[in-house]
Design a protein around this ligand. Structure first.
Ligand code: SF4
Length: 64
């Protein structure tokens, strides 16, 4: 089964909160977003969060 790793580049994140609105797997802490679960088997809304991030700080990689 495919696994995906979700990462937020904290240097790029501007803390806008858009990803947290788009997907409940993201939360803000000290002005930066991070995924609650960094490894998932279904992308679901994580992809929407990555798409909506204005600075492209959310990286999704498929792990084999
Ligand atoms: Fe940070 Fe992008 Fe989330 Fe905004 S949408 S809080 S810039 S990761």
């Amino acid at each position: 089964m495919a696994k995906y790793e979700i990462k937020v580049n904290k240097k790029e994140c501007i803390g806008c909160g858009a990803c947290t609105v788009q997907c409940d797997n993201f939360e803000l802490e000290d002005g930066k977003a991070h995924p609650k679960k960094s490894e998932v088997t279904e992308l679901g809304c994580n992809k929407d969060a990555a798409d909506v991030c204005p600075v492209g700080a959310i990286k999704i990689t498929e792990k084999k």
